[in-house]
Design a protein around this ligand. Structure first.
Ligand SMILES: Nc1nc2c(ncn2[C@@H]2O[C@H](COP(=O)(O)OP(=O)(O)OP(=O)(O)O)[C@@H](O)[C@H]2O)c(=O)[nH]1
Ligand SMILES: [Mg+2]
Ligand SMILES: [Zn+2]
Length: 366
């Protein structure tokens, strides 16, 4: 269903078109008129924004049939090929290969992946400076971003609630543990630091907001658009778990360029097969581990271990090392569960085949 028409055709750049996606369209004989970007998803119903307007869409049976995992379904941020969108529902035929994808271990079911968003250039990792700030969690988000080929930026919100000296010490503690990262402190209330965020956002680039519930992600989107596009609210800290203000992901195109994806707050930032993410986030630790003279060193108790030496000398932070070990264990556990799951699926497939062969054949013979 056509939900809205833009007054003029948009430029593909305004939707975040980049050379890689354009090349794909060209080399597959696809025109911009049959492509769009997924802006929201509600139970397998999608909203797709094209250069002419916004459409409601479903996936074709073929795409569903071909899908092997959750990752094969469209996600917010995806470029998709659609058809027949003038009357009625549009159909999504194909998901154009993504240049980046942010995913995490799904809450609850181990070994399952949840896709957060795709085709992202920058992740805005938002933590509230007053009570939410947690450097271990920041490293978790960094690992996910690095594994996704997305550039992370740390946004410290609610700076109006803390003193300037407290803010300084928070920024200092991040700098000590995470070198070379943009840190943008700001307040949605006083709007201090807001201009820096605004100028950071470039036309045609896509930004994804990540962070816990209640840190001010949606309020930031509203401030950026100058409109109440996202519902925001007060979270009661005494109420049950799982209360979030934002209930689904949504992509918003900003008037002054830039595309921003708001997300529901996350309680857990589960690690999946993020080897590369861990390598980049903890490059110093991994370099030392490689340089360690002991073969098969676990770098946890061996006297003379290069990593443990560095920790003793204060070259690497002990807390960072503990955090690294914890995530490394989670990664291994995830990989193991995934392998077990695959094995089970295979076994089930075989059982089903045998059943068809033996049982059904016997029945029909009679
Ligand atoms: N003091 C202060 N309050 C803020 C700031 N930013 C947001 N808030 C308030 O914090 C509450 C939560 O803000 P939201 O923007 O809804 O938070 P969110 O991160 O989108 O939360 P979820 O959608 O649940 O993930 C609201 O009551 C906001 O008014 C800030 O910079 N300073
Ligand atoms: Mg929100
Ligand atoms: Zn060692």
């Amino acid at each position: 269903m056509v939900l809205s028409k833009t007054e003029r055709d948009m430029e593909p750049d305004e939707l975040g078109m980049n050379p890689g996606i354009r090349d794909y369209l060209d080399s597959h004989g696809l025109s911009i008129r049959e492509t769009g970007r997924v802006t929201a998803e509600h139970k397998e119903r999608y909203l797709v924004r094209t250069i002419t307007g916004e459409f409601e869409a479903e996936i074709t049976g073929h795409l569903r049939y071909k899908a092997e995992s959750r990752e094969d379904f469209p996600a917010v941020g995806d470029w998709v090929v659609i058809s027949s969108y003038d009357e009625g529902l549009a159909f999504i035929h194909e998901v154009i290969p993504r240049y980046s994808i942010i995913k995490r271990q799904a809450v609850g079911r181990h070994g399952d992946i949840q896709v957060i968003a795709s085709n992202i250039d920058y992740a805005f990792i938002v933590q509230a400076a007053d009570r939410d700030f947690n450097i271990n969690r920041l490293e978790r988000y960094l690992t996910i971003c690095h594994a996704s080929r997305v550039i992370p930026v740390i946004i410290l919100s609610k700076t109006d609630l803390i003193s300037a000296t407290d803010l300084e010490s928070i920024v200092e503690s991040i700098r000590n543990r995470i070198p070379d990262i943009h840190i943008l402190p700001f307040s949605n209330e006083s709007l201090e630091g807001f201009e820096s965020i605004k100028t950071f956002i470039e036309k045609g680039k896509t930004y994804c907001l990540l962070g816990s519930s209640g840190v001010g992600k949606s309020t930031l989107v509203n401030n950026l658009t100058g409109n109440e596009v996202m519902k925001t609210g007060q979270i009661s800290h005494s109420t049950q778990k799982g209360r979030h203000i934002t209930s689904h992901r949504e992509l918003t195109i900003l008037a002054n360029g830039g595309i921003i994806i708001d997300n529901p707050g996350m309680r857990e930032v589960g690690i999946t097969d993020n080897s590369e993410g861990l390598e980049i986030t903890f490059d110093k630790i991994l370099a030392l581990a490689t340089a360690c003279k002991f073969k098969d060193c676990t770098h946890t108790q061996e006297t003379g271990c290069r990593v443990l030496d560095a920790i003793e000398k204060g070259e690497i932070d002990w807390n960072a090392y503990q955090n690294y070990l914890k995530m490394e264990r989670e990664k291994s556990h995830f990989e193991l569960t995934l392998a077990e799951k695959r094995q089970k699926d295979k076994a089930f497939g075989k059982m089903f085949k045998d059943y068809k062969k033996n049982f059904l054949q016997d029945r029909f013979k009679k």
